[in-house]
Design a protein. Structure first.
Length: 340
């Protein structure tokens, strides 16, 4: 138990959670970190955490017990059912991604009320929140801003977009008809992430995982059948840059933020460009194209690139890895080591 201002990370057992734990523990070693996840943390991360709670964000009693034990002033809500599984289990996706998020927003509001100050709530959204109607519209759109084409075609994207609106409500309009002054205590901050690529973990079959899958297969000396066309293009970013963006946004004074939801990007290569880079590093790689029409339709509905000028202006978003650095300095050398 700690009455110090504490950090809560839900979904902490994922790679984004791992990165945030490491950064948070190094930056503010005196601030307790508590985690909530179905899975325990790896042994090397456990010493960095004050307490692990094992359970679901759907368990209101568990959230209430955390409420009584800790004074939380920052929430990173990473727990979610991811895109591929959400498409197979839309009802479960709604429960976890929407009802679970509502539970954590309510927890955050109660924390703020209890301690008389706003609580920062960070929420990771996705380019899945977009839904461009045709390939021609995608080509004509160029870099898409946060307020365009918000008609997602997947359950995961619909969940993410709705939770963006939920967060905006809790942050700006909470119980607006109540008597007295505004009572909202949630400082909601959200990033719409592009496809994220990591050198540390294996790809898990996500809709944007063709890029890391191609590198892993080449490094392992295995053939790879890419499930989207060579001309397919969406934005990407490395995981370290994603963690850095979260830290930058959360540290930014509220008054400097003009939005609750921000696009961020780094590079947006076509599949053919990725294949050329991979072939240059692994000349014997066996990459072919075997289009999965269902997944192709989903990727075609996402922007070819995003306009992240608001993030760059408001809180200094500046990714360290462009396309060349991402593959040449981070992904290929580290993935090669895994298989050498």
């Amino acid at each position: 138990m700690s009455r110090k201002d504490s950090v809560l990370i839900t979904g902490a057992s994922g790679e984004m959670g791992h990165g945030l734990i490491v950064r948070q523990a190094a930056a503010e070693p005196e601030r307790p970190i508590i985690t909530l996840d179905l899975k325990p943390l790896p042994a090397d991360l456990s010493p960095k955490v004050h307490q692990q709670f094992h359970g679901s964000i759907l368990d209101k009693e568990l959230l209430a017990s955390i409420q009584t034990e800790y004074a939380v002033d920052r929430v990173y809500h990473l727990a979610a059912l991811l895109s591929t599984r959400s498409e197979f289990s839309p009802e479960l996706a709604h429960k976890v991604n929407v009802e679970g998020t509502l539970n954590v927003l309510e927890f955050t509001q109660r924390q703020g009320e209890s301690h008389g100050r706003s609580v920062i709530f960070f929420y990771p959204s996705s380019i899945a929140a977009y839904g461009l109607p045709t390939i021609a519209a995608k080509a004509a759109a160029g870099k898409v801003n946060e307020d365009e084409f918000n008609q997602p075609t997947t359950m995961y994207g619909a969940n993410k977009l709705y939770c963006e609106h939920l967060g905006r409500y809790y942050g700006r309009h909470y119980k607006q008809l109540a008597a007295g002054p505004p009572t909202g205590k949630v400082d909601f901050r959200c990033i719409r992430f592009p496809g994220l690529i990591s050198a540390e973990t294996l790809p898990s079959g996500g809709t944007s995982d063709y890029a890391p899958e191609m590198i892993h297969a080449a490094a392992a000396g295995k053939p790879y059948a890419c499930f989207v066309r060579p001309d397919t293009r969406i934005p990407f970013m490395t995981m370290p840059d994603a963690i850095d963006a979260i830290v930058r946004l959360v540290k930014c004074p509220r008054g400097s933020l003009s939005r609750t939801v921000y696009n961020i990007g780094a590079f947006a290569p076509a599949v053919a460009e990725i294949e050329d880079i991979v072939r240059g590093a692994f000349p014997k790689c066996g990459v072919i194209t075997d289009v999965d029409e269902k997944r192709q339709r989903i990727v075609d509905s996402w922007p070819a690139d995003v306009d992240d000028s608001a993030a760059r202006r408001d809180w200094g978003h500046q990714p360290a890895h462009d396309l060349a650095a991402a593959f040449g300095e981070y992904l290929i050398p580290n993935i090669r080591k895994r298989y050498s």
